[in-house]
Design a protein around this ligand. Structure first.
Ligand code: ADP
Ligand code: MG
Length: 271
């Protein structure tokens, strides 16, 4: 089922047999200052295909800024970002998204005046209607693609429990439903790397497992996931590896148990 949802874009080149997985994202020595404040101060990390990496750390550690830099919304002052072997440091957010680097925002970013289904369809990639040629000369192909994508969108909405809201304005959804819509949208965009900034904030305990299940499903199909999350129980349950950031740099990385046992990590959270 998920193969249909991801458009079959990933998964072919990922082994699930315990061998070391290929890197998806390699970020090296990234620095970003806002005026005198170094929000990210020489940060390096790797996310492998099929892996869910939790990025945790106290408020102000630089996590959201790092996600902004990885997605291209903010340009780093120095350092490099390599995605699937290509240096994307200077790429625009749009170009990165088209290559499969998809992010969700810490705050809701839906289009409130569009319906839930319209929000989903906007995320559909590789739309042949975006080029004038196919629209004029290959109308059938264009319509077929649209129909296919529409049914994929429907399937996704049903997976996320949003079917009944299909024609509702996205602005009328509850906070939790908006988060689910945002994740559904990012799945629709056929991610190869998913950057999730606090996806569970505002999601009801009832819907939370569904959201997390989807992230796990995507990872099982080869999608690399970087998850910024403050709820440690979510990190413990979902993440294969945890990176702790403090004061703009990586403090420790390892398994959940390893990083939680680290004294420096406790100090960082308490200070
Ligand atoms: P986190 O997501 O880990 O809580 P942020 O990346 O949001 O941390 O913030 C890191 C630091 O950078 C904070 O001190 C924050 O106030 C500062 N900061 C973030 N964005 C900006 C900005 N656009 N202008 C100035 N300072 C910023
Ligand atoms: Mg943040």
């Amino acid at each position: 089922m998920i193969d249909d949802l991801t458009g079959g874009a990933v998964g072919d080149d990922v082994s699930n047999d315990g061998l070391e997985k290929e890197p998806s994202l390699v970020c090296s020595d990234v620095v970003k200052a806002f005026g005198g404040l170094r929000a990210v101060s020489g940060c390096s990390l790797t996310v492998r295909k099929g892996e869910i990496v939790g990025l945790i750390g106290p408020n102000g550690a630089g996590k959201s800024t790092l996600v902004d830099i990885l997605s291209g919304r903010v340009h780093a002052d120095s350092g490099s970002i390599v995605f699937e072997g290509r240096d994307v440091t200077r790429w625009t957010p749009y170009r990165r998204a088209a290559a499969g680097m998809i992010r969700t925002f810490q705050l809701n970013s839906e289009f409130p005046g569009l319906t839930v289904m319209e929000n989903i369809m906007i995320a559909s990639q590789g739309h042949p209607g975006e080029k004038l040629g196919p629209v004029i000369f290959q109308r059938k192909k264009w319509r077929d693609h649209e129909r296919q994508e529409f049914s994929r969108g429907r399937m996704l909405l049903s997976e996320f429990g949003l079917s009944e809201m299909e024609n509702e304005y996205a602005g009328n959804l509850s906070g939790g439903q908006k988060r689910l819509l945002e994740i559904a949208r990012s799945v629709m965009a056929e991610p190869r790397l998913l950057l999730l900034d606090e996806p569970t904030v505002g999601v009801s305990p009832l819907l939370r497992p569904r959201l997390l299940e989807h992230v796990r499903d995507l990872a099982d199909h080869g999608v690399a996931c970087l998850l910024v999350e403050h709820a440690l129980e979510v990190v413990e349950e979902l993440c294969d590896r945890v990176i702790v950031m403090a004061a703009g740099r990586v403090l420790v990385e390892g398994s959940f148990d390893e990083v939680i046992a680290d004294e420096g990590v406790r100090d960082a959270y308490l200070s």
